[in-house]
Design a binder for this molecule. Structure first.
Ligand code: WT7
Length: 582
């Protein structure tokens, strides 16, 4: 029997209080994610249970118990407090998936700070935009990545502390602090900050179609949604060994790579090394992993490497598989059933903004390969007519995926951007404040994705409603790429769009016009690619650059990405009457 049991029954009797029962949390108790995920598990007598089984490059590995998790997160909490970091301050975590990432995340929450995890592959420009945007006060990084912080530190007056948590302390520059939590005295007791449900917890930056990335702010109350979905969708239990392949620089890696599993006291595994199918299968085999949460791009890469590789490992420990981030193609679902002893990947749909899973395939419910499944109990979901924004009743008709506000893990604002927050709600009054919007059950929060619902209530993803590029499950904003492209000395104008890709679904393609005196060449193309890779990230790097004499524009002079994208996808380019014909 699965944790959810009957989906229909859960819908009928639903209350978010069930999450409190699962967490064994009583009214009036401290609500702090850092405490719930470590100290509370120890108080329940599970301090000696492994919390984190970690493997890195080569054969580096270590195991930490919940007692360790408690002590090392306390270590970070104490250290940050001593450094003058205060509740509400944004503290960035900028490192690979090393154990200190996990300890510091909980440590920041324990001292009342707002954790701002950023993907360690980000270049200096991606980093700068996000630190400036959040007014970040301290950054935790490693010897490997501190160079990028040095490049931008002068331009970030609010960034008071640069703390290096791993590497050679002799190589630090002036104004940088070294702190290795495992070398420092063990802190077994720390007085956790008295947060409440609405105290800010995590700030994740996410890309939109216009402007720079926005910070989606979450609160400690999010754990209600994360714990309950981890139980009912991932079916996680006390004796499971769980693996979430996502990096905590992205929301999957925090909601389901830290908070969800540890709130339930489960053992989780982290693999901090590059992808190869052999390494992945070996990791599952050696650690006897039972529940595995991954992404379509990885599944397609495994598929490509063939069934023989799978067959050479003992993967019999696996009992439940789930996926998120991009459309999970039916072939991948069917393939997984064939090679993993009848286990199929269960697709789940959600976003940085939703904080937790919204539409999923549940254990025990029939999977329709290619469908994202049904709304989580307690979540009211619809597809809205593209023009009228009224819920569509007719099965199969495409509209905008939308949710009634008010679920616990919903984002509470876009950091310092109330207008953009408001624009995500259909029916919002012009002067509505974030705190009114997030609980108004007359509104719809619009996700920015298109889908249809079939006669059985299953949701089918169609595509994004905007120009945001989804490459390997990571959203990349075209504006951010275009802004960086035009900083290159040779480029006059630029447009970035997603182009189809077999494994990553989409990769970035750039269309550029050159400044006088520059000629298209292979060297220039390589130079531009590297320029973007270093400044932004490998994800944002264009895989192809097309030189043009001019770019399509509206009469008012705005570049029309939509047109370039349609050509890339071999689609109808639509109404061009607004394009300039120069
Ligand atoms: C966007 C959110 C939340 C997890 C990771 C990404 C796309 C997400 C699916 C799915 C098709 C999906 C959507 C969504 N997406 N899950 N199961 N099928 N598309 O978080 O970076 O905020 O991206 O990822 O376009 O809006 P994110």
């Amino acid at each position: 029997m699965s944790n959810i049991g009957s989906y229909e029954k859960r819908i009928r009797n639903f209350s978010w209080d069930t999450a409190g029962e699962i967490l064994n949390w009583k009214e009036g108790e401290l609500l702090n994610i850092g405490d719930i995920c470590s100290d509370r598990i120890c108080r329940m007598g599970k301090g000696e249970k492994p919390a984190l089984i970690w493997e890195g490059f080569g054969d580096r590995s270590s195991t930490y118990t919940f007692n360790d998790l408690k002590a090392y997160s306390n270590g970070f909490a104490r250290f940050l407090t001593e450094q003058g970091i205060e509740p509400g301050d944004r503290v960035c975590i900028f490192m690979d998936k090393i154990p200190s990432l996990y300890f510091s995340f909980l440590g920041i929450l324990k001292m009342g700070g707002i954790a701002q995890p950023l993907f360690s592959a980000f270049g200096d420009e991606s980093l700068e935009v996000r630190l400036a945007g959040a007014g970040t006060k301290a950054i935790l990084t490693t010897g490997k990545h501190v160079r990028k912080v040095r490049k931008i530190r002068d331009r970030l007056p609010q960034l008071k502390k640069v703390i290096v948590v791993e590497g050679n302390p002799d190589k630090l520059k002036e104004g940088e602090i070294f702190f290795d939590v495992e070398e420092a005295p063990r802190i077994d007791e720390f007085e956790v900050y008295r947060s409440g449900p609405e105290t800010p917890s995590v700030l994740h930056f996410t890309s939109g179609t216009t402007g720079q990335p926005k910070g989606a702010l979450h609160v400690h109350n999010s754990i209600w949604g994360q714990a309950l979905t981890t139980s009912w969708v991932l079916d996680l239990r006390d004796d499971d060994v769980y693996w979430c392949t996502a990096d905590p620089g992205w929301v999957t890696g925090t909601s389901y790579g830290i908070i969800g599993p540890w709130s339930l006291g489960a053992t989780q595994c982290v693999l901090d090394s590059g992808f190869t199918s052999n390494r992945w299968y070996k990791f599952i085999q050696d650690n006897r992993i039972t529940v595995w949460y991954s992404a379509p791009t990885a599944i397609r890469a495994l598929m490509k490497d063939g069934d023989e590789v799978v067959g050479s490992y003992d993967l019999s420990s696996l009992r439940h598989l789930a996926s998120v981030g991009e459309p999970l193609n039916p072939e991948a679902v069917i393939w997984s059933g064939e090679v993993f002893g009848g286990l199929r990947f269960h697709d789940t749909f959600w976003q940085t903004e939703t904080g937790a899973m919204m539409i999923s395939n549940y254990p025990g419910m029939e999977i329709k390969p290619g469908s994202m499944g049904k709304p989580f109990p307690g979540i009211e979901a619809a597809v809205l007519d593209l023009a009228t924004h009224e819920p569509i009743e007719e099965p199969g008709k495409v509209g905008l995926i939308a949710f009634r506000p008010g679920w616990p893990s919903m984002f509470r604002q876009y950091w310092k951007k109330p207008d953009i927050y408001r624009s995500k709600f259909v029916g919002a009054a012009e002067d509505a404040m974030p705190e009114d919007l997030r609980q108004d059950r007359n509104l719809w929060y619009v996700s920015g994705d298109r889908a249809s619902i079939d006669a059985d209530g299953y949701f089918w993803f169609v595509g994004r409603d905007d120009d945001v590029i989804n490459t390997g499950g990571h959203l990349v904003g075209p504006f951010e790429i275009e802004s960086a492209l035009v900083e290159h000395e040779a480029i006059a104008e630029a447009a970035a769009v997603g182009k189809p890709d077999e494994v990553n679904m989409e990769v970035v393609k750039a269309f550029v016009t050159l400044k006088p005196g520059y000629e298209p060449s292979d060297e220039l193309e390589l130079d531009i690619m590297n320029f973007i890779r270093k400044r932004l990230s490998p994800l944002a790097m264009p895989q192809e650059i097309e030189y043009r004499d001019k770019l399509p524009k509206t009469r008012s002079g705005k570049i029309v990405r939509r047109y370039l994208k349609a050509i890339e996808w071999g689609e109808d380019v639509g109404d061009l009457s607004t394009l300039s014909d120069e």
